[in-house]
Write a protein that binds this ligand. Structure first.
Ligand code: PMP
Length: 295
């Protein structure tokens, strides 16, 4: 599904066939989740394929590695160029791009001596689908920011996301919503949360969440559209009085939320601020470079 006999990967500065590449079984990333990754999308635009906010994503990858002391020996520019070349080699325009920095064999709990970087690309539709989501508040909270660097996109953090998603699906919901370790609204397993009340938007402040690149794009779009947004600490009860809500993330893009547990958002999605922002986001990522103020 992610690759076939023709698929090309970028691996340590070279383009190689995915079907002919392998990794060792003694790496710290495989055993301990000690690695960092990104999720990026490219879109077909009038001026060719455009990787949306490529620099910001590779800057975050660099920062994630630095925060957990994984050596990062690449420049953002070389990775952006490699990504465009990789898309071309795989004949992909609208694609999902997955860079992963993983560590060489070392079974000790010490800093890695050397690392590898691979980039994979594949065709991936909207991650959470197109229909409105039915969420449940997870029994798992996001990791405590004093235990790990929650602002980094580290492989091991995603065990928390997998547990929350699995629990939600086992209970018959589409997706989970996680609180932070203080009980405030945090985020989804792979997306940030916004909700709307009385014509104003609310979103959890930075600190206990992944600082999403889509979240900051939505904030920029809201500003362009003259929408008021408050970033702060909000509770489930705040959200259970809201008119509408949505998740946003690179893979999910902007996706409306129908309900959280028993609470149904009363505003029709098509009349919500989220829908406006969904349309604006969809246009922005496909806009020609020149007219795109965010690139
Ligand atoms: N929160 C979490 C936990 C995520 O995994 C993601 C996806 N990277 C997001 C939020 C959204 O981030 P972005 O918009 O940068 O994709």
């Amino acid at each position: 599904m992610y690759f076939n006999n023709e698929t090309v990967l970028y691996l340590d500065g070279k383009f190689v066939k995915a079907s002919e590449s392998s990794t060792d079984l003694y790496g710290q990333t495989l055993h301990y989740g000690y690695g960092a990754f990104e999720g990026i999308r490219s879109y077909e635009t009038e001026h060719g394929t455009k990787v949306f906010k490529a620099e910001e994503h590779y800057e975050r990858l660099k920062k994630s590695c630095e925060l957990v002391k994984i050596p990062f020996n690449y420049t953002v520019q070389e990775l952006v160029e490699a990504t465009y070349e990789l898309l071309e080699k795989n004949n992909l325009k609208n694609a999902y791009i997955r860079p992963l920095v993983y560590c060489a064999p070392n079974m000790s709990l010490t800093k890695p001596t050397s690392v590898s970087l691979m980039i994979a690309v594949w065709d991936w539709g909207a991650y959470l689908g197109e229909k409105l989501l039915r969420l449940t508040v997870s029994s798992y909270c996001r990791p405590h920011p004093k235990s790990i660097h929650i602002e980094a996109k580290i492989c091991g953090h995603y065990v928390n996301s997998i547990l929350a998603t699995t629990e939600a699906k086992e209970k018959g919901f589409d997706e989970a919503l996680l609180l932070d370790s203080d009980g405030f609204l945090a985020e989804g397993p792979g997306a940030n949360l916004f909700f709307e009340k009385d014509g104003k938007l609310f979103t959890p402040q930075l600190g206990n969440i992944l600082p999403g690149i889509t979240r900051s794009t939505v904030l920029e779009l809201a500003d362009e559209l003259d929408l008021e947004v408050e970033q702060g600490k909000f509770t489930k009860e705040d959200m259970f009085q809201a008119d509408s809500a949505f998740y946003c993330g690179t893979a999910a893009e902007v996706v409306g939320i129908a309900s959280v547990d028993d609470y149904q958002f009363p505003t029709n999605w098509n009349d919500s601020l989220g829908k406006k922002l969904q349309n604006a986001y969809s246009l922005l990522v496909r806009e020609p470079l020149k007219q795109n103020p965010f690139n």
